[in-house]
Write a protein that binds this ligand. Sequence first.
Ligand code: F3S
Length: 775
Amino acid sequence: ERPAPPLASSVNSRTPPYAKLLARLQQIRQLLPGRPLTLAEKILFSHLDNAEESLFEGTRNGQDIRGKATLKLKPDRVAMQDASAQMALLQFMSCGLPSTAVPASIHCDHMIVGEKGADTDLPNSIKGNKEVFDFLESAGKRYGIEFWPPGAGIIHQSVLENYAAPGLMLLGTDSHTPNAGGLGCIAIGVGGADAVDALVDAPWELKAPKVRGVRLEGKLSGWASPKDIILHLAGKLTVRGGTGYIIEYHGPGVESLSCTGMATICNMGAEVGATTSIFPFTPSSHSPYLRSTHRGAIAEEAARIAASGSQNLLAADAGAEYDDEVVIDLNKLEPHINGPFTPDLSTPLSAFKDAVVANHWPETFGAGLIGSCTNSSYADMTRAESLVQQATSAGLKPKADFFITPGSEQIRATVSRDGTMETFEKAGGVVLANACGPCIGQWNRTDLKQKNEANAIFSSYNRNFPGRNDGNRKTMNFLASPELVTAMSYSGRTDFNPMTDSIPLPNGGQFKFAPPTGIDLPSAGFAVGNPDFEPTAPFPDSSVSVAIDPSSDRLALLEPFDKFPDGELSGLRVLVKVKGQCTTDTISAAGPWLKYKGHLPNISLNTLIGAVSADTNAVNSVTDTNGSTHTIPELAFKWKDEHQPWIVVAEHNYGEGSAREHAALQPRYLGCRVVLAKSFARIHETNLKKQGVVPLTFVNEEDYDRIHGCDEISTEGLYDVLRQGGKGGEIKLVFKEAKGGSEFRVDVKHTLSKDQCDFILAGSALNVLAKRSKG
Ligand code: F3S
């Protein structure tokens, strides 16, 4: 048995504060009498700092909360992964507090490379990142944050196994934090600056999301898996379809899903841009999972609350209204494959063969990768194992390289004990460390002859933007369930359909897979695993000094950003007019750059290197006012030195893809004051505001065509809006063309709240918090 988690103080308890939440729910019922609530609303509203203010200010007496009200929330817990934790902690440290106000955890997962296997890769990665891991561990010990060392597991799997609980509200500095919604949490991916709000007990702001219901009917069977529900939904909603929404699953089909299957579905709600996704507490799935992960007391408490009628915090009220609804019949759902290059290009398995031909996608693929934070549950692993056993009995080996990434030490130890790992390894599978590895560009890939050749891979991961996995923008990552990835790896062909096709055997016969079978939870319980991977204790120790070497090129203390000028902005220039998709990877690339996450000047050298300039039609190539050509970061650094502030102009969904706050911090550090886009991804828009950058959108999108690099800009009306806390009148940007010098005005819109105006005027949210906490 794993020792009981430390529960020495109520602050550090892993049990949600149910008594407080239920009392708040009662208060909400009084404020909104007769209004049935969705599950998401119940949990969100019961975490409001001041319910009356949040629900009634800016709304028609609480009638139109969704999309209108600004919720000021007090989350219960914060989780941070190693790459984003560095900046979150550096920001938290600037506030000068002795400990965090809410329980928090750090998970070392992103900075671990996948190549030869866990035994070699993990020690190498620890050696290469020692300075950063030492910093995170020392900060964890000093401020009472549980530190999960490298190799312990991937943040979302560790959170699901240890911290997620029905009714909890969690912020995580990673965009797939909604994974915990599979266990009935409101779990939202945020940037480090938002996490700092919760860590210092300042209310965290969220525009009240709309709620999209997804009604599940029927029951999955055969090859169809929970992953296929979200792959199918991503195709329906597209990468922008969830923006401004929480996705709330309900209906009879929910009962048939495992807790970890629900987590997979919620995890990939990030791929449609949803604020988060959530499932109701389902005793038949959640109680066994909570018990098997040593949280029987929470299972009992949740069951009691779920049976309490109007006090049921853990499911939607009868008659709760959704802003819109999608219905999925699980009986008819077939496996899907999504990609390449975008997770919403969804093709049913039966149509994939034709799609390969029609799109000239490669007919063969080099690697099949299963596991990761999205799909490494016991059910996922045992279903994949059942296919490997079938193929092994027929004398087959995978034709593609086959990699397995366990999501946590608990999963790894359990499937090792139960023989699953041995099955994979005997088949030639390579078991990588319990970490992100190839899912985040940390993949030392060896099977390609040329590093940037066009090729295909299949993975059970969640994200497939160009360059995401191996740094090669021509690698086409097709997303599928672990069982489909496993079966297809035996064929090595992209046009193989394991439901209908056979693989030739050396003896001239044919082998055809039977549908996979698996086990949701291990009958012998979860194994404990390596005790070195247990977290540190959650108690602050002020005698620990936080390890930062002043000469380090990996870590640097933060300097406060300058405040907004006393008046309108003028003399700004367009650094780059971005053409097409601009993800957070485009703005702040991962892979080798992860190394510099804690050193703002150094990581800023990658700023916007993936962006296509609409002027030059080239990636990472812009021109200065004198006509000289530069890379984007080169020109940004030059303009920083010349005290030349600048703006970025972009198209739709600017900053999609992740919670990466470096995508806001770096431009701000280099002198960016405004981003003008056709639309923004939610997390990134918030991150910009927190760092003191003003995000604006076009009133008329056609104005995008009138703008060019180096055009000079001043603002009209922005300063008034900021001083009036987001109210004020219209804002215009006045452009003076760099070529020709003629002037034109562009009408723009903002979504600034009062607090966000204060952040921008002060220079950043951190400047406000630091001032507040230093009194
Ligand atoms: Fe890690 Fe995020 Fe992938 S947590 S496993 S990089 S989706």
